[in-house]
Write a protein that binds this ligand. Structure first.
Ligand code: HEC
Length: 225
């Protein structure tokens, strides 16, 4: 069978190719920066809207972390969908069998507060940070580790408790601007509400040791400046 060699389409000349390439280049030069600018504008607009929403909802007392009439604060729903900032690990096996906060600490920050922190470098009033304790999956060694397909290490077992911080520099002035709450160090269901704890339970240690504004930002790569 005779196969015809592929020919360039009729009318296709070197001249056409140059014109086509030049038009493409112009299109890129004009269109791309315009697109980038639109995206930044969009980003800023979204941020402004979020900030307005934050102020508005704060006024409406609907922000997670807002104190109820009796002063207690409800454990926010849906915190596991917030921005995950890190997971410090203090296994019982490395802490005499009884770590103060066993064992993984899954830490989440409320997304609007995170966006504001990213922009300004300051935790805004109303910031809520939740630390959920997660026990280790059935340890095989004294240190709490076990062998898995990925290697010997520490693997998450069950949810095991909640600690929470809320920034409100007026209400919690006595504990350096943040309220500290414990919803139980046990498996869910957790307590639904909790009262702020005094300095000796929580904030004293944060005041003495935390990196920035009571938060251990040094353990969370996405919060580090
Ligand atoms: C002895 C010191 C100490 C005490 C007491 C303490 N914390 Fe912390 N807390 C830490 C350290 C260190 C971290 C970060 C590393 C980690 O989780 O192991 C942390 C992290 C947190 C975080 C995540 C945000 C952050 O700053 O890293 C929350 C929320 C928190 N603690 C709440 C509490 C609450 C609530 C109490 C009291 C029930 C409490 N803490 C008592 C030392 C302490």
């Amino acid at each position: 069978m005779h196969v015809r060699p592929a020919l360039p389409p009729r009318g296709f000349t070197v001249g056409t190719a140059i014109v086509a390439a030049a038009s493409l280049l112009t299109l890129c030069l004009v269109a791309l920066p315009a697109r980038a600018q639109t995206m930044t504008e969009k980003g800023n607009a979204a941020m402004a809207e979020d900030m307005t929403r934050m102020t508005r909802t704060q006024e409406m007392s609907k922000m997670p972390g807002t104190a109820m009439e009796n002063g207690e604060v409800a454990l926010p729903e849906g915190f596991r969908e917030w921005v995950f900032i890190g997971a410090p690990l203090t296994p019982n096996g490395l802490n005499g069998g009884a770590a103060a906060f066993p064992e993984f600490h899954h830490v989440y920050i409320e997304p609007i507060a995170y966006a504001a922190y990213e922009k300004t470098g300051v935790f805004p009033e109303g910031t809520v940070i939740v630390k959920e304790l997660v026990t280790l999956k059935s340890p095989e060694y004294d240190d709490g580790s076990r062998d898995e397909a990925s290697g010997r290490g520490f693997f998450a077992g069950e949810f095991g408790g909640i600690d929470m911080m809320v920034k409100d520099t007026q209400r919690y002035a006595a504990t350096d601007g943040w309220g500290f709450f414990n919803y139980g160090h046990h498996k869910p269901p957790y307590q639904k509400t909790a009262a702020a704890l005094p300095a000796e339970n929580c904030s004293g240690c944060h005041t003495a040791n935390a990196d920035e504004d009571m938060v251990f930002t040094g353990f969370y790569p996405i919060l580090r400046k």
